[in-house]
Design a protein around this ligand. Structure first.
Ligand code: PLP
Length: 460
């Protein structure tokens, strides 16, 4: 007899539920049309399973809710700030903490204190808000992710890695003085939640040190990145997630953090730095944009919940179940022969819209059209990550044409059950079976910044 297969399951039980409205196909057709075929413009009450984002949509634990009641709402020197600082220092090991209302608040501060006009900011693929803040500060983003990341079928397990030769070429061309820091995202959201290897981070540290260039983390999903290192990188299978997370941070000089992802809170973020001078600069600026340096736009209770969330996020059992659920959905969709980004990353499944809808040109917004179709089929809300999200080149005004034209099914943490995953997979399969009937879209309203949030479309 073969041994019994042991399943993973959630290390928690459900204490409170939120009831959902069930809609008819006709109601959904009407809702998505009124939303200009943009899932960001749908009303949440019209959504059944919300996979728009894993940002701020996680379920907090009873411990976090208890922490909310311990909010110290003093304007200055809130106790919760010191609790958060202690958790940050214990799990990430940086010297200085500046809270911000969310991740992009920290990106703004970091970009303004470090980037001068004409600077180059290399990174492992762009992230929407990160690149925009770098550009608004006068910098130009340069993509130095390995080529494998742009190929949705390449199975390399660390597709978030930095191509050190691309970085060397940039240093040679522009000089190290024009490069204030390398921005390293762990994991890489736009590549499909792909992780960076520890070996790559070590090598990056060595190279940048030779040239006096700093390394700044986008640490938004650092615990998820650590899980992939533990599973797939030699020498790490016996190390805890917490130890791996701390080692990642040790090869960097600071970073920006959105507490809305790993840290299981609905709002919050921070900037962390090791350099005292930079910390002083950021402290001067935070009062302009966010609030005093001991609250940075957050209520005391939010800082308390984030401190507890950080501790929960690095527990091995938590992260195993979190990513286990994502992989479960990925396997189901892949088994049905539907094209997705491989290997499956940490926070969601990314449908390859170019191969899903080969009859549509990229200028007909295939990923946008597919996201709208999925909603109409089942009330599952997903997000475009393709030509609409990529925006326009600020010099030429032309669309960027990203290689990856994706629909992201992002899984909130601790929110949905395995049965929900089955319903999602069945809806994707149904839409896939009827894919030839799906029409492209025309953009009829285009906002100037981050257009994917508010753009409106019509069916062709
Ligand atoms: C969400 C996110 C950000 C921005 O954080 P917000 O809290 O949404 O402002 C930055 N980088 C990455 C990789 C993200 O996923």
């Amino acid at each position: 007899m073969s041994p019994v297969k042991r399943s993973w399951a959630e290390p928690f039980k459900i204490k409170m539920v939120e009831l959902l409205k069930m809609t008819t196909p006709a109601q959904r057709e009407k809702a998505i049309k009124e939303a200009g075929y943009n899932t960001f413009l749908l009303k949440s009450e019209d959504v059944y399973i919300d996979l728009l984002t894993d940002s701020g949509t996680s379920a907090m634990s009873d411990r976090q809710w208890a922490g909310m009641m311990r909010g110290d709402e003093a304007y200055a020197g809130s106790q919760n700030f010191y609790t958060l600082e202690k958790a940050m220092n214990k799990y990430y090991g940086f010297n200085y903490l500046i809270p911000t209302h969310q991740g992009r608040g920290a990106e703004n501060l970091l970009s303004q204190i470090m980037i001068k006009k004409g600077d180059i900011v290399p990174g492992n693929m762009y992230f929407t808000t990160t690149r925009l803040h770098q550009e608004l500060a006068g910098g130009t983003f340069a993509d130095i992710i390995i080529d494998e990341a742009h190929d949705s079928q390449n199975l390399y397990p660390f597709k978030g890695d930095i191509d050190l030769d691309k970085l060397k070429a940039l240093i040679k061309k522009h000089g190290a003085k024009k490069i204030p820091y390398v921005c390293v995202a762990v994991t890489v959201n736009m590549a499909g939640g792909q992780p960076v290897s520890m070996g790559n981070l070590k090598a990056l540290r060595k190279l940048t040190r030779q040239h006096g260039i700093k390394v700044m983390l986008d640490m938004t999903r650092i615990a998820e990145n650590a899980y992939f290192i533990q599973q797939h990188e030699k020498g790490y299978s016996n190390k805890s997630i917490a130890a791996i997370v701390k080692e990642i941070c040790s090869y960097t000089d600071g970073g920006t953090y959105s507490g809305k992802k790993d840290a299981l809170v609905n709002i919050g973020g921070f900037l962390v730095l090791n350099d005292k001078h930079l910390f002083e600069e950021a402290s001067n600026l935070v009062v302009v944009y966010e609030g005093l340096h001991t609250y940075g736009g957050l209520a005391g209770r939010d800082m308390e919940a984030m401190a507890i969330g950080i501790q929960e996020s690095v527990q091995d059992e938590h992260i195993k179940a979190r990513i286990g659920q994502v992989l479960y959905l990925g396997d189901k969709i892949q088994e049905a022969g539907i094209p997705i980004v491989l290997p499956v990353g940490g926070h969601g499944i990314f449908l390859d819209a170019k191969r899903f809808l080969p009859h549509l040109k990229q200028t007909q917004f295939p990923a946008q059209a597919l996201a709208a179709e999925l909603y109409a089929d089942s009330g599952v809300r997903t997000m475009e990550r393709g030509i609409v999200s990529a925006g326009r080149n600020k010099k030429t005004g032309n669309h960027y044409f990203p290689k990856l034209e994706l629909v992201r099914l992002t899984i909130p943490r601790r929110v949905y059950t395995q049965a929900h995953m089955d319903v999602i997979a069945e809806s994707v399969q149904h839409v896939y079976d009827n894919r030839k009937k799906i029409k492209g879209l025309k953009m009829i309203y285009e906002p100037r910044y981050l257009r994917f949030f508010q753009a409106r479309f019509q069916k062709l």
